[in-house]
Design a protein around this ligand. Structure first.
Ligand code: BYC
Ligand code: FE
Ligand code: FE
Length: 471
């Protein structure tokens, strides 16, 4: 078991106090992180007391502590899951070799790039969400937003720890750059596209946490298989926090759907009641799920093949022994691709299809979430459903990029796509309507009219508890 040092300037279980150089480097990054938080983190709520969960260790059960804290005083710490003794690389070309505790020289650039890409998404999401505090539908939701934000901040710390510890001067430079890029900035954008899209409303936020944080789960899970042990242990612990982010999304969209379904059941028009028609919810689901499909990269990818071969990035749950061939050699993957206006089947080596496999696992997970929402609609007696769009729909990366597919995955003429896209994706009018509903509700026990209250609160408290004490 690792020793947790909670009294240090940077709480950690990595023995920082025994590595003075590293400690000094991280302690000099810390004020820059705080400047970044003040400049681009949540606006205006930094003096309020928020009831937040803070990671304090990695043991099962007791890993988190709840209390009121002002966000800039949050104790962002560095925690790695405990090491597994004699851990072996369990996939790719290095199958069976001892896992690495240092960066293998020939993998240095690739590994740094994966870590930087992962790290870049964390602050990006905080930047995207910075204005949402002004329009929260309830105090409960306001707290959830800030919980997600501070933990994404901790995820940035997790990647910066790796950069500082294992990548020398270039790692320190990358850690600085992580604080300099800005979501949506024309000159210094964030690396991946979904992290440059504005999150304007709470409908966007709940869809983002459902679909985009869930990409986080799958990417982190594949990195948790890594032969580079510090990366595996860091990402494994990040997954613990990730569950709450996805739950915030799934429950948030679910509560919007529940409210709409309840009104429909009463024979009311959701729009006339200041709620969200199912068609609009569907369009937001289409927009954020397809944007998140792009985060898996191309379906046919030599980068992915090389990361797998090198033992850096495994398949989902690779370590559970569910794949017959841990080297993924001598097997192929069938991919339907558009060519000259119709679909043709191609066969690619399995290793090149690693992104496609991860996307498949992700899409199956998303389908389970959508099914749950639909079960609720059915229980309410509403004869309508939400559907998850095909992984071909509205893509900008990979073999379906910039091709006119319907949400059900049918290739159509470009003119038809242009004509029909407002049926499938939020139009300006839809966005305006949704934005018009976003009014803050900060009275205890009250909630906005377009969303149902949650079934339960946080840490065994009721949902209408005082999760935020305004200064
Ligand atoms: N946007 O070989 P390809 C999270 C680039 S979310 C822009 O097809 P590859 C979180 C790619 O870099 C999880 N560019 O794909 C959620 C490459 O560039 P070069 C984040 C893109 O490389 C919510 C080229 O296109 N973690 O944690 O196998 C809140 C061809 O790429 C995009 C990770 O992503 C895109 N969407 O895979 C907070 C894990 N997609 O080489 C946090 C680390 C691809 O031609 N990253 N490109 O210059 C990776 O594993 C991989 O980099 C990717 C891409 C999966 C992103
Ligand atoms: Fe994260
Ligand atoms: Fe997250």
């Amino acid at each position: 078991m690792s020793t947790v040092d909670l009294s240090a300037k940077i709480p950690n279980n990595v023995g920082l106090k025994d590595d003075k150089r590293l400690m000094r480097a991280l302690e000099s990054w810390q004020p820059k992180f705080l400047d970044w938080w003040r400049e681009t983190g949540p606006t205006d709520f930094n003096a309020d007391q928020i009831y937040l969960r803070t990671a304090i260790g990695v043991g099962k059960g007791g890993w988190a502590h709840f209390d009121y804290v002002k966000m800039p005083e949050y104790r962002w710490g560095i925690f790695l899951a405990d090491p597994v003794e004699h851990r072996k690389i369990h996939f790719g070309d290095h199958l069976g070799e001892a896992a690495w505790n240092e960066v293998p020289g020939e993998q240095r650039n690739r590994l740094r790039r994966l870590i930087v890409t992962q790290g870049d998404t964390e602050p990006a999401s905080v930047e995207q969400q910075r204005l949402l505090g002004h329009t929260a539908p309830s105090i409960y939701d306001l707290r959830s937003l800030f919980q997600v934000n501070v933990e994404e901040g901790r995820h940035l710390w997790a990647m910066v720890y790796l950069l500082h510890t294992y990548f020398g001067a270039d790692g320190r430079e990358e850690a600085e750059a992580l604080l300099q890029r800005r979501s949506g900035n024309a000159d210094h954008p964030r690396i991946l596209e979904a992290f440059n899209r504005p999150i304007e409303t709470w409908v966007d936020f709940f869809c983002f946490t459902t679909f985009t944080d869930r990409d986080g789960k799958y990417q982190l899970a594949s990195l948790a298989e890594s032969g580079f042990d510090p990366l595996a242990r860091t990402t494994q612990f990040m997954l613990t926090e990730e569950a709450y982010h996805m739950q915030t999304g799934e429950n948030g969209v679910g509560r919007i759907i529940h409210r709409t379904g309840t009104l429909m059941k009463e024979g009311k028009d959701p729009r006339k009641e200041g709620a969200l028609p199912l068609e609009i919810i569907q369009k937001y689901v289409n927009y954020w799920s397809s944007g998140s499909y792009d985060l898996f990269g191309g379906e046919d990818s030599t980068n992915a093949a090389e990361a797998f071969a090198a033992g850096l990035k495994g398949r989902y749950r690779e370590g559970d022994g569910i794949y017959k061939d841990p080297k993924a050699l001598n097997a192929s993957y069938r991919l339907a691709v558009p060519e000259g206006g119709h679909m043709v089947e191609r066969e690619i080596p399995l290793r090149r299809a690693m992104n496609a496999l991860l996307l498949e696992a992700y899409a199956a997970d998303c389908r389970r979430i959508v099914d749950r929402w639909n079960r609720d609609l059915k229980a309410l007696g509403v004869d309508a459903q939400i559907t998850l769009p095909s992984t071909r729909f509205h893509r900008y990366q990979g073999v379906y990029a910039n091709q006119p597919f319907t949400p059900s995955g049918e290739l159509i003429a470009r003119e038809e796509w242009q004509k029909r896209k407002d049926e499938w994706l939020p139009s300006d009018a839809d966005r305006k309507y949704v934005a018009s509903l976003m009014k803050p509700v900060y009275e205890l026990g009250k909630i906005a009219n377009w969303i149902s209250p949650p079934h339960q609160g946080v840490n065994d408290k009721p949902w209408d508890w005082e999760y935020v004490k305004f200064h």
